[in-house]
Design a protein around this ligand. Structure first.
Ligand code: FAD
Length: 405
């Protein structure tokens, strides 16, 4: 009997964005162990997987993904590529946009990347950017007040391209593999040598991951042992990285319009095709897609119980109200948008952290486990850049950043 989306274990009501993820990983059995296991197949995990195989070609790399590649933020993102982090520049961060461009090029990812710059929009007329082409109405007169480095990508193509690069490099990506728990298991040299002595030294522990594999409506519990683990689960599964009490998972909302004409785009002041975001509240961001749809986003929805974002359904309750609020704002921005058709409405997870700094550090209880998460809605370029750094850390001991110490 075919499994309908509603019956799938990973089904949630987060809606669908307007792009496709045009790649499915090859189906292969779960190995008993791997040198590196990455949990989460978003931008961070897939970038790390591709680079790990390039930096340590003799080592095995397995990516475990609870649903399908890109099912978290990365497949549902706005797709604005921005510099730095949500907290600005951080010590040792490097040039995020330059690195992003180089990584996509090196991995041969056709991302539709364009970097014409981005508009910062504001409501204070004193700060008005001379020659602002944007004049919208949203809790006051909204116009461009600054331009910053940035641009946009097609998120579906980035997810698919990174996954393809990771698989081509030799990483194994396993979908419908939900990691439930991890523990350190001491591996005595005694076991491997077969000797029987109290004095045999103890080798570093391996990490045993317990996971649930879902296949055709059935599930099985399995384990895999790893020498090193990278957790890139973002706003979900916060117990794994021990982030449940120190971070705030939310669902944030977005919508896409039907394609606009060139005249409509010109009237909106978007002929330069620069994406935009507000620097004052209420927050709003957006951009044009390659086929001239406009995407807009805003609003945060709290998890209904605990940290569980999966129970949120964008068709009802607070998430539907937030989407209606966003749609009403979009329609009032400019006469061009008054009666525009909305083709897609969706939400996606983001993880808010202390001082908006991304989390990139060792697990507090398992030194062989590294955590990369918490981009605060500013992770399109940053996740790929730090995924590369994570691979360098795991394969070649590149030190982790110091912004947490
Ligand atoms: C609507 C929206 C708009 C955004 N717009 C922008 C933007 O314009 N610009 C910008 O810079 N950033 C934006 N962001 C943020 C950006 O998309 C994210 O920072 C980035 O995608 C994070 O990538 P990630 O790989 O770290 O996390 P994710 O893409 O969330 O990946 C985590 C993966 O882990 C998997 N997973 C979770 N738990 C488990 C488990 N237990 N076992 C196995 N797998 C698991 C999930 O299914 C998921 O695939 C936006 C986010 C959203 C939601």
């Amino acid at each position: 009997m075919p499994v309908t989306p509603k019956k799938r274990h990973y089904a949630h009501g987060w809606g669908t964005p307007p792009w496709q993820i045009d790649f499915r990983p090859a189906s292969r059995p779960l190995p008993a162990r791997a040198d590196f296991v990455i949990v989460g197949a978003g931008f961070s995990g897939l970038s790390a997987a591709a680079w790990l195989r390039k930096l340590a070609p003799g080592k095995s790399v397995v990516v475990l993904e609870r649903a399908t590649i890109g099912d978290g933020s990365s497949g549902r993102t706005g797709g604005m590529a921005l510099a730095e982090t949500a907290a600005g520049d951080l010590p040792g961060l490097g040039d995020v946009l330059r690195s992003y461009k180089q990584i996509l090029h090196a991995l041969k990812v056709d991302a539709e990347l364009s970097l014409p710059g981005a508009f910062e929009l504001g409501r204070k007329s004193a700060a008005k950017l001379r020659k602002s082409s944007i004049r919208w109405n949203d809790s006051g007169d909204l116009h461009a007040v600054n331009q910053v480095p940035g641009g946009s990508v097609n998120p579906g193509k980035v997810v698919a391209g990174l996954a393809k690069a990771a698989q081509s490099a030799g990483a194994q990506i396993i979908e419908h593999a939900e990691v439930l728990a991890l523990k350190s298991v001491a591996r005595s040299l005694l076991e491997s040598s077969g000797k029987n002595s109290q004095d045999v030294p103890v080798a570093p522990a391996v990490i045993e991951l317990k996971l649930r594999l879902h296949h055709r409506g059935k599930s099985k519990t399995k384990t895999i042992a790893a020498t090193r683990v990278l957790l890139t689960t973002n706003a979900q599964s916060l117990d794994l990285p021990d982030l449940a009490s120190s971070t705030h998972p939310k669902l944030t909302m977005a919508l896409a319009t039907a394609p606009l004409t060139h005249t409509q785009i010109k009237s909106l002041g978007l002929s330069s095709r620069k994406p935009f975001y507000t620097i004052d509240l209420p927050y709003l961001w957006g951009r044009l897609t390659k086929n001239n749809s406009a995407i807009f986003g805003a609003g945060l929805v709290e998890p209904t119980s605990g940290n569980n974002l999966h129970a949120i359904d964008v068709r009802k309750g607070p998430a539907a109200e937030r989407l209606a609020w966003l749609e009403s704002r979009v329609r009032q921005l400019h006469p061009v948008l008054n009666n525009v058709r909305i083709t897609h409405r969706w939400g996606g997870p983001i993880l808010l952290t202390e001082a908006a700094k991304p989390i990139f550090r060792s697990h507090p209880r398992h030194p062989q486990v590294t955590i990369l998460a918490g981009f605060n809605g500013h992770g399109v370029a940053l996740s790929v850049h730090l995924g590369h750094w994570a691979a360098q850390h795991l394969a070649a001991n590149r030190p982790l950043p110091l912004w947490f110490t």
